[in-house]
Ligand binder design. Structure first.
Ligand code: NAD
Ligand code: UD1
Length: 323
Protein backbone atom coordinates (compact mmCIF):
# COMPACT_ATOMS: atom_id res chain seq x y z
CA UNK A 1 0.00 0.00 0.00
CA UNK A 2 1.31 3.45 -0.92
CA UNK A 3 1.53 5.92 2.00
CA UNK A 4 1.13 9.57 1.10
CA UNK A 5 2.87 11.80 1.89
CA UNK A 6 6.01 9.66 2.03
CA UNK A 7 7.74 9.32 5.41
CA UNK A 8 11.50 9.50 5.02
CA UNK A 9 14.14 8.72 7.62
CA UNK A 10 17.26 10.82 7.02
CA UNK A 11 20.24 9.60 9.03
CA UNK A 12 22.84 12.34 9.46
CA UNK A 13 20.12 14.86 8.59
CA UNK A 14 21.58 17.57 10.85
CA UNK A 15 24.85 17.58 8.90
CA UNK A 16 25.99 19.48 5.83
CA UNK A 17 24.46 17.38 3.01
CA UNK A 18 21.69 16.13 5.29
CA UNK A 19 20.30 19.54 6.18
CA UNK A 20 20.10 20.66 2.53
CA UNK A 21 18.41 17.37 1.61
CA UNK A 22 15.90 17.70 4.48
CA UNK A 23 15.01 21.24 3.42
CA UNK A 24 14.35 20.15 -0.15
CA UNK A 25 12.22 17.19 0.95
CA UNK A 26 10.14 19.42 3.24
CA UNK A 27 9.60 21.86 0.38
CA UNK A 28 8.18 18.89 -1.52
CA UNK A 29 5.63 18.00 1.15
CA UNK A 30 7.43 14.96 2.52
CA UNK A 31 7.33 13.98 6.22
CA UNK A 32 10.91 13.76 7.46
CA UNK A 33 12.41 12.15 10.54
CA UNK A 34 16.09 12.89 11.19
CA UNK A 35 18.28 10.50 13.17
CA UNK A 36 21.55 12.15 14.13
CA UNK A 37 23.98 11.91 17.06
CA UNK A 38 25.03 15.56 16.53
CA UNK A 39 28.74 14.62 16.48
CA UNK A 40 29.38 16.93 13.50
CA UNK A 41 25.80 18.00 12.71
CA UNK A 42 23.93 20.82 14.43
CA UNK A 43 20.26 21.29 15.29
CA UNK A 44 20.65 24.89 14.11
CA UNK A 45 21.16 23.53 10.54
CA UNK A 46 17.52 22.41 10.52
CA UNK A 47 14.35 24.48 10.19
CA UNK A 48 11.49 24.18 12.61
CA UNK A 49 8.72 22.66 10.51
CA UNK A 50 5.51 20.76 11.31
CA UNK A 51 6.53 17.87 9.02
CA UNK A 52 10.00 17.49 10.58
CA UNK A 53 10.84 15.33 13.60
CA UNK A 54 14.37 15.14 14.98
CA UNK A 55 15.56 12.12 16.97
CA UNK A 56 18.94 12.33 18.66
CA UNK A 57 20.42 8.84 18.43
CA UNK A 58 23.27 6.80 17.02
CA UNK A 59 23.38 4.51 13.99
CA UNK A 60 25.82 2.28 15.91
CA UNK A 61 22.96 1.46 18.28
CA UNK A 62 20.56 -0.94 16.54
CA UNK A 63 17.68 -0.09 18.93
CA UNK A 64 17.97 3.60 18.01
CA UNK A 65 17.90 2.69 14.34
CA UNK A 66 15.02 0.19 14.45
CA UNK A 67 12.92 2.58 16.53
CA UNK A 68 13.61 5.47 14.16
CA UNK A 69 12.79 3.31 11.11
CA UNK A 70 9.27 2.47 12.37
CA UNK A 71 6.55 3.87 10.10
CA UNK A 72 9.01 5.02 7.42
CA UNK A 73 8.38 4.45 3.71
CA UNK A 74 11.89 5.50 2.53
CA UNK A 75 15.34 6.01 4.00
CA UNK A 76 18.17 8.37 3.05
CA UNK A 77 21.30 7.18 4.86
CA UNK A 78 23.96 9.87 5.20
CA UNK A 79 25.32 9.50 8.76
CA UNK A 80 29.01 8.62 8.70
CA UNK A 81 32.51 9.42 9.80
CA UNK A 82 33.35 11.48 6.71
CA UNK A 83 37.08 12.14 6.87
CA UNK A 84 39.49 10.12 4.73
CA UNK A 85 42.46 11.18 6.94
CA UNK A 86 40.63 10.30 10.14
CA UNK A 87 39.88 6.80 8.80
CA UNK A 88 43.63 6.23 8.48
CA UNK A 89 44.30 7.40 12.05
CA UNK A 90 41.37 5.48 13.55
CA UNK A 91 40.26 2.72 11.17
CA UNK A 92 38.34 0.80 13.82
CA UNK A 93 36.37 3.82 15.01
CA UNK A 94 35.69 4.78 11.41
CA UNK A 95 34.46 1.27 10.54
CA UNK A 96 32.04 1.18 13.47
CA UNK A 97 30.20 4.16 11.95
CA UNK A 98 30.73 3.41 8.29
CA UNK A 99 30.32 -0.37 8.19
CA UNK A 100 28.49 -1.52 11.34
CA UNK A 101 26.38 1.64 11.60
CA UNK A 102 25.52 1.48 7.90
CA UNK A 103 24.63 -2.22 8.25
CA UNK A 104 22.28 -1.39 11.15
CA UNK A 105 20.50 1.11 8.90
CA UNK A 106 20.33 -1.25 5.92
CA UNK A 107 19.11 -4.16 8.02
CA UNK A 108 16.43 -2.00 9.68
CA UNK A 109 15.37 -0.68 6.26
CA UNK A 110 15.04 -4.25 4.94
CA UNK A 111 13.10 -5.35 8.04
CA UNK A 112 10.74 -2.36 7.74
CA UNK A 113 10.34 -3.12 4.01
CA UNK A 114 10.89 0.48 2.94
CA UNK A 115 10.19 1.18 -0.74
CA UNK A 116 13.65 2.65 -1.26
CA UNK A 117 16.97 3.04 0.53
CA UNK A 118 19.31 5.70 -0.85
CA UNK A 119 22.73 5.82 0.80
CA UNK A 120 25.88 7.93 0.52
CA UNK A 121 28.77 6.13 -1.08
CA UNK A 122 31.78 8.10 -2.30
CA UNK A 123 34.24 8.74 -5.11
CA UNK A 124 36.80 7.48 -2.58
CA UNK A 125 35.88 3.90 -3.60
CA UNK A 126 37.74 4.37 -6.91
CA UNK A 127 41.20 5.15 -5.51
CA UNK A 128 43.73 5.06 -8.33
CA UNK A 129 41.92 5.85 -11.59
CA UNK A 130 42.79 3.77 -14.67
CA UNK A 131 41.11 6.43 -16.80
CA UNK A 132 39.19 9.66 -16.32
CA UNK A 133 36.33 10.48 -16.09
CA UNK A 134 35.52 7.61 -13.76
CA UNK A 135 32.74 5.27 -14.87
CA UNK A 136 30.73 3.31 -12.33
CA UNK A 137 32.10 0.04 -13.84
CA UNK A 138 35.75 1.04 -13.24
CA UNK A 139 37.95 -1.19 -11.08
CA UNK A 140 37.87 -0.15 -7.45
CA UNK A 141 41.19 0.26 -5.62
CA UNK A 142 40.45 2.40 -2.55
CA UNK A 143 43.47 4.01 -0.93
CA UNK A 144 41.93 4.58 2.50
CA UNK A 145 39.89 2.67 5.06
CA UNK A 146 37.11 5.21 4.37
CA UNK A 147 37.00 4.28 0.66
CA UNK A 148 36.99 0.58 1.50
CA UNK A 149 34.21 1.08 4.07
CA UNK A 150 32.00 2.75 1.46
CA UNK A 151 32.68 -0.09 -0.98
CA UNK A 152 31.71 -2.65 1.70
CA UNK A 153 28.47 -0.68 2.18
CA UNK A 154 27.73 -1.00 -1.53
CA UNK A 155 28.28 -4.76 -1.35
CA UNK A 156 26.03 -5.10 1.71
CA UNK A 157 23.27 -3.07 0.04
CA UNK A 158 23.44 -5.31 -3.05
CA UNK A 159 23.42 -8.45 -0.89
CA UNK A 160 20.44 -7.30 1.19
CA UNK A 161 18.69 -6.60 -2.10
CA UNK A 162 19.13 -10.26 -3.11
CA UNK A 163 18.37 -11.70 0.33
CA UNK A 164 15.45 -9.50 1.39
CA UNK A 165 14.39 -7.60 -1.73
CA UNK A 166 15.62 -4.26 -0.36
CA UNK A 167 15.57 -1.74 -3.26
CA UNK A 168 18.62 0.51 -2.91
CA UNK A 169 20.60 3.11 -4.80
CA UNK A 170 24.12 4.00 -3.66
CA UNK A 171 25.24 7.46 -4.72
CA UNK A 172 28.96 7.98 -5.22
CA UNK A 173 29.19 11.68 -4.41
CA UNK A 174 32.33 13.41 -5.60
CA UNK A 175 33.65 16.37 -3.55
CA UNK A 176 30.74 18.33 -2.16
CA UNK A 177 30.94 21.98 -1.08
CA UNK A 178 28.57 24.77 -0.10
CA UNK A 179 26.97 26.60 2.83
CA UNK A 180 27.02 24.84 6.25
CA UNK A 181 30.11 22.74 5.53
CA UNK A 182 31.89 23.12 8.85
CA UNK A 183 35.47 24.44 8.39
CA UNK A 184 36.44 24.14 12.04
CA UNK A 185 37.86 20.61 12.11
CA UNK A 186 41.30 19.82 10.67
CA UNK A 187 39.48 17.05 8.78
CA UNK A 188 36.99 19.42 7.12
CA UNK A 189 36.49 19.53 3.35
CA UNK A 190 39.17 21.43 1.46
CA UNK A 191 37.00 24.27 0.09
CA UNK A 192 35.63 25.04 3.56
CA UNK A 193 39.19 24.95 4.96
CA UNK A 194 40.77 27.12 2.25
CA UNK A 195 38.01 29.71 2.35
CA UNK A 196 38.08 29.93 6.13
CA UNK A 197 41.83 30.50 6.09
CA UNK A 198 41.71 33.09 3.29
CA UNK A 199 38.91 35.03 5.02
CA UNK A 200 41.11 35.12 8.15
CA UNK A 201 44.15 36.30 6.17
CA UNK A 202 45.94 32.97 6.69
CA UNK A 203 47.75 31.07 3.94
CA UNK A 204 45.89 27.93 2.81
CA UNK A 205 47.78 24.76 3.73
CA UNK A 206 48.26 22.29 0.88
CA UNK A 207 49.20 18.63 1.42
CA UNK A 208 51.78 17.80 -1.25
CA UNK A 209 52.36 19.76 -4.47
CA UNK A 210 48.73 20.91 -4.85
CA UNK A 211 48.39 19.31 -8.29
CA UNK A 212 45.89 16.73 -7.04
CA UNK A 213 42.51 17.34 -8.68
CA UNK A 214 38.92 16.97 -7.51
CA UNK A 215 35.48 17.10 -9.12
CA UNK A 216 33.71 19.62 -6.87
CA UNK A 217 29.91 19.56 -6.85
CA UNK A 218 27.61 22.08 -5.18
CA UNK A 219 25.50 20.78 -2.28
CA UNK A 220 22.21 21.93 -3.87
CA UNK A 221 22.87 19.53 -6.75
CA UNK A 222 23.48 16.71 -4.26
CA UNK A 223 20.17 17.42 -2.48
CA UNK A 224 18.37 17.26 -5.86
CA UNK A 225 20.06 13.94 -6.70
CA UNK A 226 19.10 12.51 -3.30
CA UNK A 227 15.45 13.41 -3.74
CA UNK A 228 15.34 12.11 -7.31
CA UNK A 229 16.99 8.86 -6.18
CA UNK A 230 14.46 8.30 -3.39
CA UNK A 231 11.53 8.38 -5.84
CA UNK A 232 13.24 6.68 -8.77
CA UNK A 233 12.77 2.97 -9.55
CA UNK A 234 16.49 2.70 -10.39
CA UNK A 235 18.62 0.52 -8.11
CA UNK A 236 22.39 -0.02 -8.05
CA UNK A 237 25.22 2.50 -8.00
CA UNK A 238 25.43 5.97 -9.56
CA UNK A 239 28.06 8.73 -9.60
CA UNK A 240 26.99 12.21 -8.56
CA UNK A 241 29.61 14.38 -10.22
CA UNK A 242 30.01 17.35 -12.56
CA UNK A 243 32.47 15.70 -14.96
CA UNK A 244 34.89 18.64 -14.46
CA UNK A 245 38.06 18.66 -12.37
CA UNK A 246 40.31 21.36 -10.95
CA UNK A 247 43.59 21.06 -9.06
CA UNK A 248 44.14 22.63 -5.65
CA UNK A 249 46.50 25.36 -6.90
CA UNK A 250 43.91 26.44 -9.50
CA UNK A 251 41.26 26.33 -6.79
CA UNK A 252 43.30 28.65 -4.57
CA UNK A 253 43.69 31.08 -7.50
CA UNK A 254 39.94 31.05 -8.15
CA UNK A 255 39.12 31.58 -4.46
CA UNK A 256 41.67 34.42 -4.43
CA UNK A 257 39.93 36.13 -7.38
CA UNK A 258 36.45 35.71 -5.86
CA UNK A 259 37.41 36.89 -2.36
CA UNK A 260 40.16 39.31 -3.35
CA UNK A 261 42.38 37.58 -0.77
CA UNK A 262 45.55 36.48 -2.55
CA UNK A 263 47.81 34.43 -0.29
CA UNK A 264 50.44 31.95 -1.47
CA UNK A 265 49.79 28.43 -0.12
CA UNK A 266 51.94 26.82 2.52
CA UNK A 267 52.94 23.27 1.48
CA UNK A 268 52.91 20.38 3.96
CA UNK A 269 53.92 16.74 3.31
CA UNK A 270 51.65 14.75 0.98
CA UNK A 271 49.33 12.09 2.44
CA UNK A 272 49.63 8.46 1.32
CA UNK A 273 45.85 7.97 1.34
CA UNK A 274 45.27 10.95 -0.95
CA UNK A 275 43.74 10.25 -4.36
CA UNK A 276 45.73 12.05 -7.07
CA UNK A 277 43.08 12.73 -9.71
CA UNK A 278 39.32 12.52 -9.38
CA UNK A 279 36.63 13.32 -11.92
CA UNK A 280 33.34 11.47 -12.35
CA UNK A 281 31.40 10.50 -15.44
CA UNK A 282 27.80 11.71 -14.96
CA UNK A 283 26.03 10.03 -17.87
CA UNK A 284 24.24 7.57 -15.60
CA UNK A 285 23.13 10.41 -13.32
CA UNK A 286 21.55 12.06 -16.30
CA UNK A 287 19.97 8.86 -17.67
CA UNK A 288 18.75 7.30 -14.42
CA UNK A 289 17.76 10.36 -12.43
CA UNK A 290 17.45 13.04 -15.18
CA UNK A 291 19.71 15.23 -13.06
CA UNK A 292 22.23 17.67 -14.57
CA UNK A 293 24.38 19.65 -12.12
CA UNK A 294 23.06 23.23 -12.18
CA UNK A 295 25.89 25.09 -10.48
CA UNK A 296 29.25 25.80 -12.09
CA UNK A 297 32.17 25.89 -9.66
CA UNK A 298 32.44 29.67 -9.97
CA UNK A 299 28.71 30.15 -9.27
CA UNK A 300 28.71 27.74 -6.35
CA UNK A 301 31.80 29.32 -4.80
CA UNK A 302 30.28 32.81 -5.18
CA UNK A 303 27.13 31.60 -3.42
CA UNK A 304 29.24 30.08 -0.64
CA UNK A 305 31.30 33.26 -0.24
CA UNK A 306 28.11 35.37 0.04
CA UNK A 307 26.85 33.00 2.71
CA UNK A 308 30.10 33.05 4.68
CA UNK A 309 30.21 36.86 4.54
CA UNK A 310 26.67 37.23 5.92
CA UNK A 311 26.36 37.86 9.66
CA UNK A 312 25.65 34.62 11.57
CA UNK A 313 22.02 35.59 12.45
CA UNK A 314 21.20 35.81 8.72
CA UNK A 315 22.26 32.22 8.07
CA UNK A 316 18.83 30.72 8.66
CA UNK A 317 17.43 32.70 5.75
CA UNK A 318 16.63 30.75 2.60
CA UNK A 319 19.66 29.53 0.69
CA UNK A 320 19.17 29.97 -3.06
CA UNK A 321 18.00 26.98 -5.05
CA UNK A 322 17.83 26.26 -8.74
CA UNK A 323 14.77 24.45 -10.01
P1 NAD B 1 28.63 15.79 7.93
O1 NAD B 1 29.68 15.42 8.93
O2 NAD B 1 28.22 17.21 7.84
O3 NAD B 1 27.34 14.91 8.16
C1 NAD B 1 27.34 13.66 8.81
C2 NAD B 1 26.18 13.67 9.81
O4 NAD B 1 26.10 12.38 10.41
C3 NAD B 1 26.38 14.68 10.94
O5 NAD B 1 25.18 15.37 11.19
C4 NAD B 1 26.77 13.80 12.14
O6 NAD B 1 26.40 14.40 13.37
C5 NAD B 1 26.01 12.52 11.81
N1 NAD B 1 26.61 11.31 12.39
C6 NAD B 1 27.92 10.93 12.33
N2 NAD B 1 28.08 9.74 12.95
C7 NAD B 1 26.84 9.37 13.37
C8 NAD B 1 26.35 8.24 14.08
N3 NAD B 1 27.17 7.26 14.49
N4 NAD B 1 25.02 8.17 14.36
C9 NAD B 1 24.18 9.18 13.98
N5 NAD B 1 24.60 10.28 13.33
C10 NAD B 1 25.91 10.36 13.02
O7 NAD B 1 29.14 15.25 6.52
P2 NAD B 1 28.53 15.36 5.06
O8 NAD B 1 29.60 15.95 4.20
O9 NAD B 1 27.19 15.97 5.10
O10 NAD B 1 28.43 13.81 4.67
C11 NAD B 1 27.19 13.13 4.51
C12 NAD B 1 27.45 11.79 3.84
O11 NAD B 1 27.95 12.00 2.53
C13 NAD B 1 28.46 10.89 4.53
O12 NAD B 1 28.03 9.55 4.43
C14 NAD B 1 29.73 11.08 3.72
O13 NAD B 1 30.58 9.95 3.82
C15 NAD B 1 29.15 11.23 2.34
N6 NAD B 1 30.00 11.94 1.37
C16 NAD B 1 30.34 13.23 1.60
C17 NAD B 1 31.10 13.89 0.64
C18 NAD B 1 31.55 15.31 0.83
O14 NAD B 1 32.34 15.79 -0.02
N7 NAD B 1 31.09 16.03 1.85
C19 NAD B 1 31.50 13.22 -0.53
C20 NAD B 1 31.16 11.88 -0.68
C21 NAD B 1 30.38 11.25 0.26
C1 UD1 C 1 36.16 14.21 0.40
C2 UD1 C 1 35.20 14.04 1.57
C3 UD1 C 1 34.83 12.59 1.69
C4 UD1 C 1 34.26 12.15 0.35
C5 UD1 C 1 35.29 12.36 -0.79
C6 UD1 C 1 34.69 12.07 -2.17
C7 UD1 C 1 35.31 15.53 3.49
C8 UD1 C 1 36.01 15.89 4.74
N1 UD1 C 1 35.82 14.48 2.82
O1 UD1 C 1 37.40 13.51 0.65
O2 UD1 C 1 33.82 12.42 2.70
O3 UD1 C 1 33.82 10.82 0.39
O4 UD1 C 1 35.63 13.76 -0.81
O5 UD1 C 1 35.68 12.29 -3.14
O6 UD1 C 1 34.33 16.14 3.12
N2 UD1 C 1 43.67 19.25 1.43
C9 UD1 C 1 44.67 20.19 1.54
N3 UD1 C 1 44.57 21.12 2.54
C10 UD1 C 1 43.54 21.13 3.43
C11 UD1 C 1 42.52 20.16 3.31
C12 UD1 C 1 42.63 19.23 2.29
O7 UD1 C 1 45.63 20.20 0.76
O8 UD1 C 1 43.51 22.02 4.31
C13 UD1 C 1 43.76 18.29 0.31
C14 UD1 C 1 43.65 16.84 0.71
O9 UD1 C 1 44.90 16.33 1.08
C15 UD1 C 1 43.10 16.24 -0.60
C16 UD1 C 1 42.20 17.35 -1.15
O10 UD1 C 1 42.63 18.56 -0.51
O11 UD1 C 1 44.15 16.03 -1.51
C17 UD1 C 1 40.75 17.12 -0.84
O12 UD1 C 1 40.64 16.87 0.56
P1 UD1 C 1 39.23 16.72 1.27
O13 UD1 C 1 38.40 17.92 1.05
O14 UD1 C 1 39.47 16.27 2.67
O15 UD1 C 1 38.53 15.64 0.35
P2 UD1 C 1 38.75 14.10 0.02
O16 UD1 C 1 39.88 13.50 0.80
O17 UD1 C 1 38.79 14.03 -1.45
Amino acid sequence: MLTFPPHILVTGGAGFIGSHSVELLLENNVNVRVLDNLSSGHLSNLPSHPQLEVVVGDIRNSDDVHTAMQGMTHCLHLAAQVSVANSVEDPIGSATHNILGALNVMHAAATAKVSKLVYASSAAVYGIPAQLPLLEEADLQPLSPYGLEKWVDERYATLLGSLHGLPSLGLRYFNVYGPRQDPSSPYAGVIARFLDRLMNQQAPTVFGDGLQSRDFIYVGDIASANMAALFSPQCGICNVATGQQIDLLELIDLLGQLTNCHLAPQHLPAKAEDIRYSCGDNQRLSEWLTIEPKWSLKEGLSELINYVRKPYFAHDQQINRRA
